[in-house]
Design a protein around this ligand. Structure first.
Ligand code: CMC
Length: 445
């Protein structure tokens, strides 16, 4: 609990060190001591800072929440200055190297790596829940032939709440557990249906003999063959991409999931909101925007002109920059080498890779990018892999959503069990007019 103090802050010796901050309001001369816990000060402690009794009290103004911690979380650790990303304490490099997406999903959800028996049971549960109700298929068929698959995914995930109305019993651990499994299991099925719809091709049912990534490839690409055999190298590359996208602490879509979830709605509605946030070009839509940008640049000779336009503020270099990483994005480093592996399998090196490499090389030596600490992020190279897998650009954010589902669910689960959480409800600084007199329409000029 914070207190108002009379004495202004004085320099203290090491033995007097207190975990608090003293704030002096120069309007009144009053000082307030506020506790510091875990490197943070409680926003509500500032409300006592007032010029008069009827003053509302000081608020924090932070558009984009650049310096606000809205929750405690033990899921993902990120140190942007040192390029560190860890899920439940495990470095992303080790997980990408040795783990599988389903194992990582278990880790994010349960907090620990599974034993073999736990992993087998988890994999079994996810696998047997990959099918969707036939009516889901019919309403997906109702989308226009050229509907964006991300819009289809958003709509169909939201609609799942109507198929599982008991999903709103979010205080029941068993109920939460079954919705968790359903969300992770059904996301690839809905994503593949959306893809097949855009191609005018029949939807392919899940194949429970295949791995998570292998089954997804089958639902995407199976044609007349009796059994689809995914290339194990592509299957692995896809699995690694899912691992790299699985969680990223309080990003725009995850904080949207938490924000919506804070109203205590069912998880399908909350995660549909997360998909909406991910759809935007500054977030998960960036990989789609990168590919469009690379195609627009077209040739290496056009790079300097393009970068001149970026520096003049005409547009952004998509796939560059990050709110948190100011050194390098460790996911981008892993993806860059995975891209080369995939091209080795598909046998065709994507010519856009050369443009991307050259763009990266020039940008990293450019004063504009150096000064602003702008480096390639996860989306800079992921699109090239997706393109090599034969995916149209519209599917790129959908691929991101499949991987991110486990992180969204882990955050939702953490939030609904966190007693400190309240409904998300930021304040505003009102800039409009007050107490205006209503004028009937016929008297308005
Ligand atoms: N190209 C050119 N300039 C940029 C870029 C960029 N990609 N990103 C930031 N800047 C500039 C920006 O104009 C600003 O310059 P100034 O100080 O002169 O006004 C400065 O760098 C700081 O940028 P900001 O917009 O304040 O940074 P932010 O933390 O609000 O935005 C970002 C982060 C990722 C939205 C932004 O870097 C961006 O728009 N990048 C391109 C889109 C992109 O690749 N998004 C994927 C992010 S990673 C995957 C994910 O998590 O979704």
């Amino acid at each position: 609990m914070s207190t108002e103090t009379q004495a202004p802050a004085t320099s203290q010796g090491a033995d007097e060190r207190r975990d608090s901050i003293t704030v002096t309001d120069n309007r009144t001369g009053r000082s307030y001591e506020m506790p510091i816990t875990d490197g943070t000060v409680r926003g509500l402690d500032f409300r006592q800072v007032k010029v008069s009794d009827d003053d509302f009290g000081l608020m924090l103004y932070d558009p984009g929440y650049a310096n606000v911690a809205a929750c405690r979380s033990s899921i993902t650790y990120l140190d942007g200055d040192r390029g560190i990303l860890q899920y439940r304490g495990y470095p992303i490099q080790d997980l990408a190297q040795s783990s599988t997406y389903l194992e990582v999903a278990y880790l994010l959800i349960h907090g620990e790596l599974p034993t073999q028996a736990q992993l087998d049971e988890w994999t079994h549960q996810i696998t047997i829940h990959t099918f969707v109700h036939e009516n889901v298929k019919s309403f997906m068929q109702g989308f226009r032939h050229d509907a964006h698959p991300m819009g289809m995914l958003l709509g169909s995930v939201g609609a799942l709440s109507t198929f599982y109305p008991d999903a709103n019993e979010i205080d029941d651990p068993e109920n939460r557990s079954i919705q968790t499994i359903r969300l992770i299991a059904k996301m690839p099925t809905l994503a593949a249906f959306a893809f097949r719809h855009s191609r005018g091709q029949p939807y392919v049912y899940p194949d429970n003999d295949l791995s998570y990534a292998g089954n997804f490839l089958a639902m995407m690409y199976k044609m007349t063959e009796l059994k689809y055999q995914p290339d194990p190298r592509l299957e692995r590359a896809l699995d690694v991409l899912f691992i790299l996208h699985a969680d990223h602490e309080q990003n725009c879509s995850t904080s949207s999931v938490r924000g919506i979830g804070s109203s205590r709605v069912d998880p399908y509605s909350a995660i549909a909101g997360g998909i909406g946030a991910l759809y935007g070009p500054l977030h998960g839509g960036a990989n789609e925007a990168v590919l469009r940008m690379l195609h627009r640049i077209g040739r290496r000779e056009n790079i300097p002109d393009f970068l001149k336009g970026v520096e003049e503020g005409k547009e952004r270099l998509m796939g560059f920059g990050h709110r948190v990483y100011k050194n390098f994005d460790p996911r981008a480093t892993i993806i860059k080498s995975a891209a080369e592996d995939v091209f080795a399998v598909t046998g065709k090196r994507n010519p856009m890779l050369d443009i991307a490499l050259e763009l990266e090389r020039i940008a990293l030596e450019d004063e504009y990018f150096i000064k602003r600490k702008l480096y390639p992020n996860v989306d800079f190279y992921s699109g090239l892999i997706y393109e090599a897998l034969g995916l149209p650009v519209e599917m790129f954010p959908v691929m991101f959503a499949i991987g991110r589902t486990s992180g969204w669910v882990a955050n939702w689960l953490e939030q609904v069990q966190d007693r400190e959480q309240r409904i998300a409800r930021p304040r505003q600084i009102y800039t409009g007019q007050l107490d205006r007199r209503y004028v009937p329409v016929e008297q308005r000029g």
